[in-house]
Design a protein around this ligand. Sequence first.
Ligand code: HEC
Ligand code: HEC
Ligand code: HEC
Length: 442
Amino acid sequence: MRNWTWALAITLLIALIAPAIIAQTQQPGKAAAPPPPWAYGFATPPNPGDKPPQGGGGNPPDNVTQKHVDGSTLGFTQQQIANGFSPADWFPNDHPAMPDIVAHGRREAMIIACALCHYPNGKGRPENAGPAGQSYSYIMQTLDDFKNGNRKSADPRKANTNRMAGFAKAMTDDEMKAAAQYFSSMKWTPWVKVVETDMVPKTKINAGLYLALEGNEKEPIGQRIIEVPVNSEATDELKDPHSGFIAYVPTGSIQKGEALVTTGGNGRTIQCGACHGADLQGLGPVPGIAGRSPSYLARQLYDMQNGFRTGVWTELMKPVVAKLTPDDMVAILAYVSSRPVGSSSGSSGSPSAAAGGADPSLIASGKSRFTTYGCIDCHGMNGEGTDQAPDLIGTRLDGPGIAKFLNKPSADAKAKGMPDIPPTSPDLAPVVAYVLSLKHAQ
Ligand code: HEC
Ligand code: HEC
Ligand code: HEC
């Protein structure tokens, strides 16, 4: 459908559900729960009169030592990595050519390069957002909402939301179009691994990002989602756009969330699939939510529920969020972010096709799945092996052999907890291609 048709469809949908919105709007005077601190990147809820923390100061980052990340032949200094007008691009072959506004921003207007925060591949981090794979119309609409003051943060300390709005105000129409075109041209791929648990690693917070502390100290998760980089250094210091996240969620929350998401929970909310698509990967202009950062998504639900996000299309979400409790949000997002993502197009799932010289993008997407499936936990960051499992570099299996092993791991592997990947899964071909590439690299 063309853009204007979708705009019309959205307007009609809003008209249809308007009575439901009026009936379900929160009763005035009912004290709302405070913003969940874990979603906004703080340790405690805000106090009245709180302001954004004063940043800046400190020494400029080092500009001598060349740093490296796994899988890239390039080297950058800490200063290059943090350069707001030309941040490091570790994997230039990984994404289409970036428009100028994405790669460099625009200094005269104080617009920072989108790639600094959202990464060149648009996958972003919990404290910002992942615009990759959203529709062109949605990105244009939401940039307009930022520009018009319709996207603010419920937590007055969250300075980067204000900065984002400032960039949207300063952008020209052409810059918005170029950025929307760019981010919508890429597919969303696995980025967050969701793990149910009662105990989480103790964490510290750096500029809105939770980081697991070294050592193995744990604390009860409570009714929170704790999302941390798989590798603190790779994310926090190096901004490695191939190094994803782990989201710890309370035991049992995924199943509770599934009930709310798929049935609406007897009028508590509305089935998400009706608008976001049955697989929650987005439908027409409606954004994808599957497999995305639960912290980011939680902020949006809370901001929409409490009148801080009030864009044109937000009307459709009002009856969805009106009655949700903080615990409902935890459960819903545990489920939503654990949903698989991947190309419903393309990969026909024929692993033997990947046996020969597979294309680099298939291998790259296999590498990121290798992280999100947790293969790294046993086989090591780069398949080099650990005391849990053998290295995969020396495997004697060929493409079909690897695929078969993944469909049905050996009893030993199964007993140790190796996940299986069914023959129908779109993840199979990329993972096989990646494992094979380790072998061929020898
Ligand atoms: C300083 C970091 C920073 C930079 C630079 C930045 N953004 Fe953002 N962006 C954010 C934050 C933070 C959010 C999420 C705000 C929130 O959670 O309330 C965001 C959200 C977004 C979203 C919304 C995604 C969604 O799913 O709704 C889009 C689109 C976006 N940014 C586009 C851009 C573009 C285009 C640029 C470059 C001109 C850019 N951003 C530069 C921090 C940044
Ligand atoms: C009636 C249609 C409809 C239903 C049902 C619906 N959504 Fe939405 N959702 C939307 C639209 C449209 C937007 C874009 C809102 C905007 O632009 O402000 C959206 C946006 C969102 C966002 C923000 C995404 C982003 O990238 O910022 C989240 C999170 C979300 N929905 C979650 C859910 C969940 C969870 C459910 C089910 C419990 C649900 N939605 C049900 C239509 C719907
Ligand atoms: C919980 C630990 C664990 C995880 C997680 C795990 N594996 Fe394994 N894997 C093993 C063990 C143990 C073996 C050896 C089993 C044997 O020798 O029978 C193995 C064997 C294999 C083999 C066969 C190697 C050979 O040469 O025989 C492949 C291929 C493999 N794993 C791939 C993967 C992939 C891909 C993932 C992620 C989707 C993964 N594994 C996740 C434990 C794990």
